[in-house]
Design a protein around this ligand. Structure first.
Ligand code: GRF
Length: 213
């Protein structure tokens, strides 16, 4: 399965995807990394790994439609079958999202549907919830919405800072995203009635429930 990763920043999830696709020799291959920011740190990581990169700078386009049409061209020309948003900081239009329906996934640093949007960890801490985590989901036109493929959880400690919590959640993200991509590439994920059903999911990994990290 030909996969594109869309980034805007440091690209640590992109790095996790690249290395897991390599080491597992699974059916997913990261064929290109696209950034809307020319100076995204993740671009050099992709290049160091021999992966084609492309910059589609949103500031060069008059509107969202023309930005997305250039994005679409880059994806189609690389024969992409699955798009992974990994810290990609642009909202995508319903037209784009519907065109790639069930072939477009995202990772979000909370247990959706709780804490959609930005500044997640600060809001998690302020809310007083005891558990948070991360979610990989199919993208729908509403922000941080869509069938959930995988989640992992971690406790919120009383003395947590945004940074400490972000670090623990990121560790979970780096496990979850590669697993979700692998399941999809293996043809094990179907969306039925807006729920993602995974065939033969391995639910014995305890970190999926309450990791020690
Ligand atoms: C991650 O926390 C991800 O959940 C969110 O943006 C962050 C991207 O981090 N959507 P990185 O660029 O993958 O390191």
């Amino acid at each position: 399965m030909r996969v594109a990763v869309l980034i805007s920043g440091r690209g640590s999830n992109m790095r996790a995807l690249i290395s897991s696709c390599r080491t597992n020799e699974g059916p997913a291959e990261i064929v290109c990394v696209i950034s809307n920011h020319p100076d995204a740190a993740g671009l050099s990581v992709a290049l160091d790994n021999g992966i084609k990169t492309e910059i589609v700078d949103h500031r060069r386009f008059a509107d969202r439609a023309s930005f997305e049409s250039e994005l679409g061209r880059a994806l189609e020309s690389a024969d992409i079958e699955l798009i992974c948003l990994a810290g990609f900081m642009r909202l995508l239009s319903p037209d784009f999202v519907n065109h790639w329906r069930d072939r477009l996934i995202n990772i979000h640093p909370s247990l959706l549907p709780a804490f959609k949007g930005l500044d997640t960890h600060r809001r998690v801490i302020e809310s007083g919830v005891r558990v948070t985590g991360c979610t990989v989901h199919f993208v729908r036109s509403k922000m941080d919405d869509g069938p959930i493929i995988i989640q992992a959880a971690t406790p919120v400690h009383p003395d947590d800072t945004d940074e400490r919590l972000a670090e623990r959640v990121l560790h979970l993200e780096h496990h979850c995203y590669p697993l979700a991509v692998r399941w999809i590439a293996e043809g094990r994920v179907r969306v039925i009635d807006e729920r993602a059903i995974i065939a033969n999911a391995d639910i014995t990994k305890t970190w999926l429930i309450n990791p020690e990290a």
